[in-house]
Ligand binder design. Structure first.
Ligand SMILES: Cc1cc2nc3c(=O)[nH]c(=O)nc-3n(C[C@H](O)[C@H](O)[C@H](O)COP(=O)(O)O)c2cc1C
Length: 336
């Protein structure tokens, strides 16, 4: 399948793995790139630019295919040294950066001077247009379903993607709620040139996280995520657990007066406890509603191959079949 995104990034399949804190290490990024997608190392999971440089080198040792680095600009107590992170990316020869959070405008000259393609993740049409205006090469349009930070507009992809298609000139991928061939074909139908997956890639053999996390995703349904930090205008979609229940109790108690310090124990330092130790009640960690569509733990290659094979079947048989007057049943449950 050739799309504007496969051509732009020099990849075989229009599938990107979004940056994920404490998940997007070299092992996962390389597995996705080796399977023909675009793997992404999560820049800020590496505590210093020097460590990011090492992680890039490690990934380079595992794949000769293109891969990218995610740079997230979120409110934080102490701002990371972004110019040094960008230098590590440039010197590591990485040619794709996925930006997210605040606008990357300030860093665009440095990224462009290094010949880096920038795909900015946005949760609204207006932010997507801003990304286009400041010279981003593509956007990842992240609907309300997504794991992580869906923004504050609450527009699901069924509306957001066609709206983005109406306004954008640069190519975009659909992000949030993407799990399988049905997601890919629907995204293409709504104007996207590919899809970005986060949560689905955690439940793969290569994802370097504790097995409890993968099992929790298989066990979870689409009803099991919660939105936290709304009052702080830093909304995050997370998987329900005891720590998150406590967080929501505190949010209810504090109401409009909620401060980030009030929920420190439920949001700070949670990722290593969950992803490394497998402590599933530790607190808030990002997870999408798409958990309801995750029923197995395949290898990344099995997952991507299955998506591409079934996408072709849906397009050639089910969709073309409608035009020929014969309905072909859709794949009911996408498991190996
Ligand atoms: C565990 C986890 C951690 C994430 N961490 C980041 C991050 O550090 N930076 C970022 O830009 N996006 C992050 N995301 C968002 C993903 O890149 C992606 O946009 C999102 O997962 C898409 O929605 P989906 O989970 O429904 O596929 C994270 C998502 C998950 C599930």
């Amino acid at each position: 399948m050739k799309t504007a995104i496969t051509e732009m990034f020099g990849i075989q399949h229009p599938i990107i793995q979004g940056g994920m804190h404490y998940v997007g290490f070299a092992e996962l990024a390389a597995a996705v790139s080796n399977a023909g997608g675009l793997g992404i190392i999560t820049g800020l999971t590496q505590k210093t630019p020097e460590l990011l440089a090492k992680e890039i080198a490690r990934c380079r040792g595992m794949t000769d295919k293109p891969f990218g680095v995610n740079l997230t600009f979120l409110p934080s107590f102490t701002a990371p040294p972004y110019p040094e992170y960008i230098a590590a990316i440039r010197e590591g020869g990485v040619k794709v950066v996925e930006t997210a959070g605040r606008s990357p405008e300030q860093y665009m000259p440095a990224l462009k001077a290094a010949g880096i393609k920038v795909i900015h993740k946005c949760t609204s049409v207006r932010h997507s247009l801003k990304a286009e205006k400041i010279g981003c090469d593509a956007v990842s349009v992240d609907g309300f379903e997504c794991g992580g930070h869906p923004g504050e507009d609450d527009i699901p992809n069924m509306i957001l993607l066609p709206r983005a298609a109406e306004e954008l000139k640069i190519p975009f991928v659909a992000s949030g709620g993407m799990a399988d061939a049905r997601s890919l074909v629907a995204s293409l139908a709504m104007g996207a040139s590919g899809m970005n997956m986060g949560t689905r890639f955690i439940a793969t053999k290569e994802a370097p996280v504790h097995d409890n996390v993968k099992q929790a995703l298989v066990a979870a349904s689409e009803l099991d995520t919660r939105l936290v930090m709304r009052e702080l205008r830093n909304t995050e979609r997370v998987l329900q657990n005891k720590g998150v229940d406590r967080l929501l109790d505190i949010e209810r108690e504090r109401g409009k007066g909620l401060k980030i310090e009030d929920i420190h124990d439920q949001v700070a330092g949670v990722y290593p406890k969950v992803m490394i130790d497998g402590d599933m009640d530790a607190g808030a960690w990002s997870c999408g509603m798409v958990a309801g569509l995750i029923h197995d733990i395949p290898t990344v290659k099995e997952l991507i191959d299955r998506i591409m094979t079934e996408a072709e079947q849906i397009i050639r048989q089910r969709l073309a079949g409608f035009l020929d007057g014969a309905e072909v049943k859709a794949p009911a449950r996408a498991v190996a």
